[in-house]
Every structure is written in structure tokens, then in C-alpha cells.
Design a protein around this ligand. Structure first.
Ligand SMILES: Cc1cc2nc3c(=O)[nH]c(=O)nc-3n(C[C@H](O)[C@H](O)[C@H](O)COP(=O)(O)OP(=O)(O)OC[C@H]3O[C@@H](n4cnc5c(N)ncnc54)[C@H](O)[C@@H]3O)c2cc1C
Length: 474
């Protein structure tokens, strides 16, 4: 079994900064990421073969990402980077299970940073399984890495700034957007907004830049609006949209239909916390910040000594927070491993901890606007499929719900929801809220789906082919 003083899972901004900070002090670092290329979600790179001739046109996050990746490559002699490597398990002997190039292997670690990011919150409603329905992240991946548009005429619906980012990217790639629907409304939060923005002017500048481009293209931006149904013969052809109240409950009498060939849905993000759960770190439930997230100390260490969690996987908060947290975890691990003194580590962490306080003030405003309201969990009808892997409808879940003392794990046993290939990543977050609202119980009463290895699908042939991991990152 191979070993590393510091293993880092995730090559997004959080994992990359943790690697840079620790490697610069002399720590032996191994960075593992399931993707072909580094960058994670927001610093996602183009496929090989594409050339960027005008970086400025690709927005501030592109150039910021390139700068960070350059820093990473400049210390890559001290980092073992394994791309195309899925970490599918964590075991009590402080080892990770890896799947790479069709084989499986293990890596033992002394310290571990989990920086696994987040994914789009799935929201079942009539028609959401039709071809032509994308998540914001899925559509963004198409546009960003493949240079393919989600459709010829798209409608964006959801909440939060990622919608504006995607709209800007689609427009710049030559696409057409029928409208952007925002379920919340900034106008209702302007006073907190003013307080939050203080000291965070760069966010305002970036947001205004996206907003100006969208306005210039004549795309309507409708606050307090949601999609209530997608219709079409074999693929999306039209959507029904409606104004919503403060609980995001639609005014169905005034609904209208809009002809589009694709929709992109972004109702916030869910933290990918399966690996910290598997490592038996303590978690709390915070819907604003992505559902179940690990409890952490100021140095980003979880309740399990030597296991740190940073970035969206430890509470959705954006790339600036992921970067600051990655720096803190990298420095803290260096202090614990003795490549710098603990006192130096404490000093070096302080400015990043201060920065986090400032950013989090602004983040709270965004979270207040975008906190999923009850109406979001009432869009599905009896025939709507909730668990896509096992094709379980809302009606089947409701039939099982006749017993009021059900926890989510009971529902799983009774209906098979959450037992498919995604292991409940898709239906789990929705069903937790469904149970809370329908049964009027606390999240503690609902419980959670316990992740098990493998946390993402791994072929049996890969498990059977047990070879040591190779170093071939890029
Ligand atoms: C779909 C999506 C699109 C986004 N687009 C933008 C954007 O355009 N601009 C912006 O400012 N913010 C964007 N965000 C927000 C953005 O994710 C964060 O600001 C930032 O990227 C978080 O950094 P991170 O390091 O925590 O996670 P990420 O950037 O998400 O990186 C996590 C990395 O870990 C990898 N990983 C996860 N699990 C495993 C595993 N088991 N084994 C191996 N590797 C694993 C992932 O594949 C990924 O590469 C987006 C978020 C999402 C979910």
C-alpha cells in the first residue's frame, strides 16, 4: 500500500490551495481528483485541443483559475497528482480506496483534506426527467469544457448567482436565453445586502458585470418566478412558469407557457459530504449551506483528528471561501506534520480566518435569498419520479409515508429509494425535506441515508484488478 503524509481529495480551488500551501513548506502531498484536468467546478478547464485566444472574454473566474493552477504547477515537483482517480472509500486504518485506469488500489495517509465540492440540488417536478432538462452545473460543463450549448433556446430557472454566471457563459458562446427565473427576490433583502456587501466590493463588481451582459442581450430576468412543469413529446418543447409567493408557492391561475428546447435548473447546491460521513466525522444539517456538512474547528479540522474538510463539500460558500479554507487546512496540516512550527501555523492561518469572516457576511445575504422554501417541495405530483435510479414515484413514497414515525432509512428499505447507482445523492436531499414538511418533524427525526463504499459507482472488474496507483497527473 502506498502512503502519503498529506492526502487531498479534490482538485478544485479548496484542494489545490491546500496542496500548494502544504507543499511549499515541504510536506509530501498526494492530490487525488476524479477528473481528467485540474480545476474543480468553477476553475474547470477546456478539453485538450482547445486554445484560448482571449482569456479576458471568459470572465474573471477563468483568469483567477489559471493563476492558481500556475502556482500549483510551479510546486508540482513536491506534489504527487493523480488525475482520473476516484476515491470511493475511507477506512479506519487511515487508508483511502482508489479507482484509477481500470484498477483499484489503496493509499494510506497521516493527514487528509477532503475538498470534494458540491452538486446541483435536484428538484423533482412534472417533466423534470425529459431530455432537454439540465442542471446548471451540467449545462455549464457542456458550455465550459465541450463548447456545446444546452439548446438553441434555453430557459434558466432556480436561485442564486450561478444562474447569472451560466447565462453569461451561454450568451458569450452565442446561445439564446428566453428568460431567467429567480425564485427569490433581492429587493426583499436589500438592507441586509448593503451590510453584507461592505468590504466585499469584488463580488458586487463581478455580479454587476454578469447582470450588465444579460441586460444588454435583452434577456428578461424575472424575480419570484419558477418553472412548475416541463412538457414535450420525447423532449422539452415548452415549460409552464408562474409567479411565486414568499414561500415559493406558485400562483397557478396566472401560469403561462413558454416555448423552449432546453431548461437549466439551479436551486442551489448540495455538499458532497459522503466521504467525511464515511470517515465518521460529526455532521450537522444546514439547508442553507448544502444539507449535511461536517463540524469543523477554526483550522478546518473535523471531529476526527487529522482529517480536514474545506470548500463547498464542507458547506457551500463559493470559490473565495474554498480558497481561504484550503489555505488554512494546508497550513494547519504543515504545522501538525512539523514542516513549520505550530506557532508559525497559527500566525499564518490568521489572515485567512479574518478573510472568511468578511466573505461569510456577504454569503449570508445570498443564502437568505436562496434558502429553498416549502413550495419547492410541493411541485412534484403523484406520478413524478423522485428516485430516478429506481424509478420511484411520489405516490409510492406517499403510500409508505402513512406511518408517521418513518425515518429516511425506513423509506429506503420499504421503497428502494436511494438504493440505485447514485446512492441517494439525487433523491436523498429532496426526500429529507419532503419528510420534514409532510410529517412536520425535525431533521433529527428524519435522519440521513448512510453512505457506504463505494460512494460512487465502481465496476466489479476495477475492484478485482488490485494494482498500486501510478503517478501520471497533469
Ligand atoms: C456544478 C457547479 C458549477 C459551478 N460553477 C461555478 C462558476 O462558474 N463560478 C464560480 O465562481 N463558482 C462556481 N461554482 C461554485 C464552485 O463550486 C465553488 O465556488 C468552488 O468551485 C468550490 O471549490 P471546491 O474546491 O470546494 O470544490 P470543487 O471546485 O467542486 O472541486 C471538487 C473536486 O473534487 C472532485 N471530487 C469529488 N469527489 C471526489 C472523489 N470521491 N474522488 C475524487 N475526486 C472527487 C470533483 O470532481 C472536483 O474536481 C459551481 C459549483 C457547482 C457545483
Amino acid at each position: 500500500m502506498k502512503a502519503s503524509d498529506l492526502a487531498i481529495i479534490g482538485g478544485g480551488p479548496g484542494g489545490v490551495t491546500a496542496a500548494i500551501k502544504a507543499a511549499k513548506t515541504g510536506v509530501n502531498v498526494t492530490l487525488l481528483d476524479e477528473n481528467e484536468r485540474l480545476g474543480g467546478q468553477c476553475f474547470r478547464q477546456y478539453q485538450k485541443g482547445f486554445n484560448v485566444t482571449d482569456p479576458g472574454a471568459l470572465g474573471p473566474d477563468y483568469t483567477e483559475g489559471q493563476d492558481l493552477l500556475q502556482q500549483f504547477y510551479s510546486c508540482s515537483d513536491k506534489i504527487q497528482y493523480l488525475n482520473n482517480t476516484l476515491v470511493w472509500g475511507i477506512f479506519n486504518d487511515r487508508s483511502l480506496a482508489l479507482a484509477r485506469n481500470g484498477t483499484s488500489s489503496s493509499l494510506r495517509f497521516k493527514h487528509l483534506v477532503v475538498a470534494t465540492g458540491a452538486y446541483d440540488r435536484p428538484v423533482p417536478f412534472p417533466g423534470w426527467t425529459l431530455p432537454g432538462v439540465f442542471t446548471t452545473g451540467g449545462a455549464q460543463k457542456l458550455v465550459k469544457t465541450e463548447r456545446v450549448l444546452p439548446g438553441e433556446n434555453s430557459l434558466l430557472a432556480g436561485t442564486g448567482p450561478l444562474q447569472l454566471v451560466l447565462a453569461d457563459q451561454i450568451l458569450k458562446a452565442g446561445g439564446k436565453i428566453a428568460a431567467i427565473l429567480e425564485a427569490g427576490n433581492f429587493a426583499n433583502h436589500w438592507l441586509q445586502g448593503l451590510k453584507g456587501i461592505w468590504g466585499n466590493w469584488n463580488f458586487l463588481k463581478e455580479g454587476m458585470q454578469y447582470w450588465r451582459n444579460i441586460k444588454k442581450a435583452g434577456v428578461p430576468l424575472l424575480p419570484n418566478h419558477m418553472i412548475i412543469e416541463a412538457r414535450g413529446d420525447g423532449r422539452v418543447q415548452e415549460v409552464v412558469i408562474a409567479k411565486v409567493d414568499k414561500n415559493w408557492r406558485p400562483e397557478r391561475n396566472n401560469a403561462q407557457s413558454v416555448s423552449v428546447d432546453s431548461i437549466c435548473l439551479g436551486y442551489g447546491l448540495v455538499s458532497s459530504a459522503e466521504l467525511t460521513m464515511l470517515a465518521e466525522c460529526e455532521h450537522e444539517y444546514d439547508l442553507r449551506r448544502g444539507g449535511y456538512i461536517p463540524l469543523r474547528k477554526a483550522n478546518m479540522e473535523t471531529s476526527v483528528p487529522g482529517i480536514y474538510a474545506v470548500g463547498d463539500g464542507a458547506g457551500v460558500a463559493g470559490r473565495k471561501v474554498a480558497i481561504a479554507e484550503g489555505c488554512i487546512a494546508g497550513i494547519s496540516a504543515a504545522g501538525a506534520l512539523g514542516t513549520i512550527s505550530r506557532a508559525t501555523a497559527v500566525d499564518q492561518m490568521r489572515p485567512y480566518q479574518k478573510k472568511l469572516n468578511t466573505i461569510n457576511r456577504f454569503r449570508k445575504v445570498l443564502d437568505d435569498i436562496s434558502l429553498p422554501r416549502k413550495g419547492l417541495y410541493e411541485l412534484a405530483t403523484d406520478d413524478t419520479i423522485v428516485c430516478r435510479c429506481e424509478e420511484i414515484t411520489l405516490k409510492q413514497l406517499k403510500a409508505a409515508l402513512s406511518d408517521r414515525n418513518l425515518r429516511i432509512k425506513d423509506l429506503k428499505r420499504m421503497t428502494r429509494m436511494g438504493m440505485g447507482a447514485c446512492e441517494g445523492r439525487m433523491c436523498g436531499p429532496f426526500v429529507i425535506e419532503l419528510l420534514r414538511h409532510r410529517l412536520n418533524v425535525t431533521v433529527e427525526d428524519v435522519g440521513n441515508l448512510k453512505p457506504r463504499p463505494s460512494t460512487k459507482p465502481v465496476a466489479l472488474g476495477v475492484l478485482a484488478a488490485d494494482k498500486p496507483a501510478q503517478n501520471a497527473g497533469q
